[in-house]
Design a protein around this ligand. Structure first.
Ligand code: AMP
Ligand code: ZN
Length: 115
């Protein structure tokens, strides 16, 4: 989608600290890390949020959560102690980039409630 910063990162039109790529997914370092490990895992295809997912996207989300995230957690060294996955959604979720992304945060003890 034109003017979507994460579509541009996925298409390598703008640089990022990419840590993972396959045919449907990329993961890259967050510009403003909130933890020692903070990467964003996104589908290459533009989907605004969880609310915009279609039936045909179920396999893609399963791939991200069941395969890509565990693989990245191991590679980034946060599998043993744990980590957090966050998908901020909509206004109250404080979603600032309107391209579905999963924050993978780790390397420190997380707080609850998240604020
Ligand atoms: P959210 O507030 O959940 O929509 O998260 C958007 C995230 O994208 C924030 O954590 C930003 O720091 C991050 N971000 C925005 N632009 C970039 C960029 N060009 N490269 C990497 N991370 C970015
Ligand atoms: Zn996009």
């Amino acid at each position: 989608m034109a003017d979507c910063i994460f579509c541009k990162i996925a298409g390598k039109e703008i640089p990022s600290g990419m840590v993972y790529e396959d045919d449907r997914v990329v993961a890259f370092k967050d510009l403003e890390p909130q933890a020692p490990v903070h990467v964003l895992v996104i589908p290459k295809k533009h989907v605004e949020s969880i609310l915009a997912l279609q039936e045909e996207d179920k396999e893609l989300i399963g791939h991200i959560l069941c395969e890509v995230v565990p693989k990245l957690a191991k590679e980034l060294g946060v599998d043993a102690k744990g980590f957090r996955i966050v998908a901020n959604t909509g206004e109250d979720g404080n979603q600032t980039v309107k391209h579905l992304h999963f924050h993978l945060l780790g390397g420190r003890s997380m707080q609850w409630p998240p604020g």
